[in-house]
Ligand binder design. Structure first.
Ligand SMILES: [Cu+2]
Length: 120
């Protein structure tokens, strides 16, 4: 019986130990203008699963180090767009964009703001 328990522990152990972090790095473009934008973009990613987020004002590129087992790439893009910023993948949330100070309302060049969907 002892042998059996030992064997079971051996089989189960890899699963118990699988809560390990699965780190990955993303680099993509986020539109923005200034230091305030940088703070807002990086603050938006101050969530569980994101280890570091660093946006470069000159190149407009963000480097995100995150744990794949805790947060998805899509969610990361979504968090940024909800703060009013567009990413290389996703258009900005227009309500959040309008809330930005005038000087921070960058040109939305990566995605054209959605036109009315009324006309088919
Ligand atoms: Cu700004």
């Amino acid at each position: 019986m002892k042998k059996l328990i030992g064997l079971m522990a051996l089989i189960l152990f890899p699963f118990l130990g699988s809560a390990k972090a699965d780190m990955d790095t993303l680099v993509f473009k986020v539109s923005g203008n200034c230091e305030m934008c940088k703070e807002r973009i990086e603050d938006a990613l101050d969530v569980k699963g994101v280890k570091t987020a660093d946006w470069n004002q000159k190149t407009k590129m963000i480097t995100v180090v995150y744990d794949k087992s805790k947060i998805t790439e899509d969610k990361i893009h979504e968090l940024i767009t909800k703060a009013g910023y567009e990413t290389s993948k996703k258009a900005a949330d227009q309500d959040a964009y309008k809330e930005l100070p005038g000087c921070c309302q960058y040109d939305q060049t990566q995605h054209k703001p959605k036109k009315s969907e009324a006309k088919p």
